[in-house]
Design a protein around this ligand. Structure first.
Ligand SMILES: [Zn+2]
Length: 239
């Protein structure tokens, strides 16, 4: 199988990959608290795993390493690092120009970290980039958008869906034996910069984290990857 990870490609492999399918897939996440049982990089690692699955399905495309710079975020929770809209906008804009330079015709920003600040920031940036660059196609949304599993959209924060997807892709990094319900109290950092949500110290699950299992996660990953792969093929046809 051809290589799909940008950082592992030799120059000749990179040129061949761009020629074969000029699609660049960027996993966007954050370093952020995800309860006691998931690692801080969960959003970006989850997105990266799904991006790799998309490229496998397409037998093409180039997956960038995960991006950990994003908008809040539970800014006062253990280990969370959050950034300004200006930084994220500039990062996306310059990355877009660089990827165009090396041959991108379709750029996918997979939003693996959620919340209105992040989602709206990426949506606005993607709309501007699309207008400024009519010669390429930009696809930007959460991995769960347009996906349904057993009548549910597979979206949450460290709950049934993220935990299941993580279990399926990174079994060695998901620690169900450390799952606490409720989790350890948070809000560790007083006067945190970019503390927009002013979240409470007590965590309430949006979905039943105890129902997490790798098979459910595998189905969600497959469905998300299939959805993006379809959009990418459509975008390539429209060029
Ligand atoms: Zn998350």
């Amino acid at each position: 199988m051809r290589k799909i990870r940008y950082e592992e490609m030799l120059p000749a492999e990179f040129l061949d990959a761009v020629q074969h399918m000029p699609v660049f897939i960027v996993p966007l996440g954050l370093l952020e608290w995800h309860a006691d049982h998931l690692p801080l990089g969960q959003d970006a690692l989850k997105a990266h795993g799904i991006c790799l699955r998309i490229a496998e399905k397409l037998d093409g495309g180039i997956v960038l390493p995960p991006v950990y710079f994003g908008r809040p975020g539970f800014s006062t929770y253990t280990g969370t690092l959050t950034f300004s809209e200006a930084l994220v906008n500039l990062m996306l804009s310059e990355l877009c120009q660089q990827l165009k330079k090396v041959g991108a015709k379709v750029i996918v920003f997979m939003v693996g970290h959620y919340g209105p600040l992040q989602e709206q920031c990426i949506e606005r940036a993607a709309m501007i980039l699309a207008r400024e660059n009519p010669d390429i196609r930009i696809i930007a949304h959460r991995e769960c958008d347009g996906v349904e599993i057993d009548g549910e959209m597979p979206c949450d924060h460290a709950g049934k869906w993220e935990t299941s997807m993580f279990m399926s892709m990174y079994p060695e990094l998901a620690h169900m034996e450390l799952l606490r319900d409720p989790p350890l109290p948070q809000k560790l950092y007083p006067n945190a910069p970019l503390d927009f949500y002013r979240e409470s110290a007590d965590w309430v699950w949006e979905t039943d984290v105890h129902a997490s299992n790798p098979e459910l996660g595998r189905r969600a990953v497959e469905a998300a990857a299939q959805n993006f792969a379809g959009e990418i093929l459509t975008a390539l046809r429209e060029l």
